[in-house]
Design a protein around this ligand. Structure first.
Ligand code: BGP
Length: 458
């Protein structure tokens, strides 16, 4: 075997509540922003498919966990739905039972649950208070986190405060692909900042429980910025893109401090958020134990071609243009570049500049449209996905050989799930889901991954 991974390497996959559970208006669950937005603007969603049923995991978790076991999972990330657990702010016993059963079932099958508290799914009642713009919601999140730790902390050993916290900032407050569809950088900065305050408060609380052998962290979509050239103008563009889209969360998460250059830019342009005096201390004292890395694509940038319009609103894109590198390899269905070495560059950066913090690949994957085209002998022959995973794993393997502290690899995702605005357009799963019957069928990659997980390499 050429690529042998360390023993106890985490092999598994990741998902989120809204994307698989279904039962969106059943069993006492309240609305979150996705339920509400779909009601209001169904035409925004691919084929007008909303979050009501998604992949029905709420009812099929037992069978799905068996499937995970069959393909060699030793770990699996899910998220808790805040609006299911605390509709109207009160604990919903049915939700407690559901998450209890899922967690227990995973553990009974030798699969470690990694639990994330927030995956893009703001409860509507919290959004009505202003979402992350309002500090009260930070306190509400803290109460929610506290209840989760109390209920499940005796069994869950890996906790995550947020998944990709920058995405609701970009989607909801800059580029209009999440509710509440606001375009306003100053409000975006406030939302980002309060998210990190909520994150630090959850960590502070978590430490008080003193759980044995437990860790807490955050999951970030680290998108390395590559400059078009070594020209100082391109290098500057890439450095600033990195500040806005990676370091804005990575630095406070790992070091408890924001990069000074980011503060300078925001100050210069009048975009600084409102803060409280004790925030600095809070952030500094409550840093993560473990970092989840979601990696799909690089960000290639160049210096701006034209001067920004002086009357246009402030946007991070004032400082760089995106660059389409000639000859780049694309996943045309999702419109994302595939650049396998990016995963290695992230890990080396963490090793060299972030104290080699313990990490794992918490998402990586390939969404493809109309996969039934590739059925042969009853199985979707997703060799493209196998290649995608294998080529990324080779770079992860190299990073480990060079002392990077990376502990596992989770695919996005276990079974085809609902991808926000793209609904069921692109399929990512090891298992396909036939939407009219909800039937799960393993794809070729599922069989392949099983071997890798069992042999701990390939
Ligand atoms: C990540 C999210 C996931 C997932 C994935 C694939 O950003 O954490 O929730 O959806 O990307 O992206 P998409 O579903 O948009 O194709």
């Amino acid at each position: 075997m050429k690529y042998k991974f360390p023993s106890n390497f985490w092999w598994g996959s990741a998902t989120s509540a809204t994307q698989i559970e279904g039962a969106a208006s059943e069993e006492g669950k309240d609305k979150n922003i996705w339920d509400y937005w779909f009601e209001k603007e169904p035409n925004r969603f691919f084929d007008q498919v909303g979050p009501e049923k998604t992949s029905n995991f709420y009812y099929t978790y037992k069978q799905d966990i068996q499937h995970m076991k069959e393909i060699g999972h030793n770990s699996f990330r899910l998220s808790i739905s805040w609006s299911r657990l605390l509709p109207n702010g009160k604990v919903n016993q049915k939700a407690v039972d559901f998450y209890d059963h899922v967690i227990n079932e995973l553990i009974a099958n030798g699969i470690e649950p990694f639990v994330n508290l927030f995956h893009f799914d703001m409860p509507l009642s919290m959004q009505e208070l202003g979402g992350w713009e309002n500090r009260i919601v930070v306190e509400k999140y803290k109460e929610y986190a506290n209840i989760c730790f109390q209920l499940f902390g005796d069994r869950v050993r890996k906790w995550f405060t947020f998944n990709e916290p920058i995405v609701p900032v970009e989607g909801g407050y800059l580029y209009d692909f999440h509710y509440p569809n606001i375009v306003d950088a100053k409000r975006a900065v406030q939302v980002a900042y309060h998210t990190m305050i909520a994150h630090a408060k959850a960590i502070q609380l978590f430490r008080r429980f003193n759980f044995k052998d437990s860790k807490i962290g955050i999951i970030l979509n680290l998108t390395p910025s590559y400059p078009r050239s070594n020209n100082p103008a391109d290098l500057r563009a890439s450095r600033i893109a990195d500040l806005f889209f990676n370091r804005s969360f990575l630095d406070p998460a790992v070091y408890g401090e924001y990069p000074s250059e980011l503060i300078e830019i925001l100050t210069k342009y009048g975009q600084m958020p409102n803060t409280e005096v004790t925030d600095k201390e809070l952030l500094k004292a409550n840093t993560i134990d473990i970092l989840g890395i979601n990696y799909y694509q690089p960000r290639r940038v160049k210096a701006k071609e034209y001067l920004p319009n002086p009357y246009a609103p402030f946007m991070p894109d004032m400082f760089f243009d995106l660059y389409e590198m000639p000859g780049r390899k694309m996943n045309a269905y999702r419109g994302w570049e595939i650049y396998e070495k990016g995963i290695y560059d992230i890990l080396v950066n963490l090793r060299d500049n972030y104290g080699n913090i313990e990490s794992f690949i918490s998402e990586n994957g390939m969404g493809v449209q109309d996969e039934e085209r590739f059925i042969k002998d009853g199985v979707i022959q997703d060799d493209y996905r196998i290649d995608f995973i294998r080529e990324h794993l080779k770079w992860v393997h190299k990073a480990i050989a060079e002392a990077c502290n990376v502990k596992g690899y989770h695919l996005w995702t276990f079974m085809d799930n609902w991808s926000w605005l793209n609904a069921y357009k692109n399929r990512y799963g090891f298992y396909s889901v036939e939407l009219s019957t909800m039937k799960r069928t393993p794809k070729k990659s599922a069989y392949w991954f099983k071997k890798i997980a069992e042999n701990n390499g390939f």
